[in-house]
Design a protein around this ligand. Structure first.
Ligand code: CA
Length: 233
């Protein structure tokens, strides 16, 4: 089931939500202030955030804005819990990237249906993401397998991680240092030259799909934004 962060300073409502979400099999995290909500969201990466607008410290819309600004929490679906009179906050929340809202007083059943719909949607998006097709390249994220023009490419797990890391941040330059942190881990006893060696080997294995990984001289590497954007070698 899902991990859901409930951000609500009214104790009764918090309790009702916790009870119903747990009954539905979900794991519930609870916050009663905006600053706690941001901390918990960053630390535990919930699948959904239910976010009250009127919080004791900062507005829910502010929480929403902060979560959308951070890479780790950017994609977490947010449902705003708003009072009827808070229409401007509701609109602002949606503009800031909230996925949905309910108006207080709402029926718990309705909210549960909304949460269910959001979870189904993100699950679908996730399984679509598990199969990546990019030009001549195909990646099965779960199975850790890669094909180029339907031919299976044998990659080490490190090369696979490197490819996926580059792909997920495509169209952006990634420094060797960043790749080191992401793929090898901060404590790894390797130098930036190791990155170059592995990218070189990865490219060789990718054959015609090698052109999707570009060298940005003096900085690092970039996975091209679209297959068409790749230059020829
Ligand atoms: Ca409140």
């Amino acid at each position: 089931m899902a991990r859901i962060l409930v951000v609500e300073d009214e104790a009764d409502l918090q309790e009702v939500l916790r009870f119903n979400l747990q009954q539905a099999g979900h794991e519930v995290l609870q916050a009663t202030s905006g600053s706690d909500a941001i901390l918990l969201a960053k630390r535990y990466r919930p699948d959904v955030v239910l976010l009250d607008v009127m919080l004791p410290d900062i507005l829910g819309t502010e929480v929403c804005r902060t979560l959308r600004q951070h890479e780790d929490t950017r994609a977490i679906p947010i449902v705003m819990l708003t009072a009827k009179a808070e229409e401007s906050n509701r609109v602002e929340g949606l503009e800031l990237g909230a996925d949905d809202y309910v108006t207080k007083p709402f029926s718990v059943r309705e909210l549960m249906l909304r949460v269910g719909a959001i979870l189904r949607r993100t699950n679908n998006e996730q399984s679509a993401k598990d199969q990546i097709t990019f030009g001549r390249l195909r990646i099965d994220v779960q199975a850790h397998r890669v094909w180029v023009d339907d031919g299976l490419v044998e990659l080490s797990s490190l090369e696979f991680k490197l490819l996926l890391d580059l792909y997920e941040r495509r169209d952006r330059v990634q420094s060797r240092g960043r790749l080191l942190d992401d793929v090898w881990g901060i404590s790894a006893d390797v130098t930036t030259r190791t990155v170059d060696t592995h990218v070189k080997r990865l490219r060789e294995k990718l054959g015609p799909a090698r052109v999707y990984i570009e060298t940005v001289r003096g900085v690092g590497y970039r996975f091209v934004g679209t297959p068409e954007a790749a230059g020829s070698e």
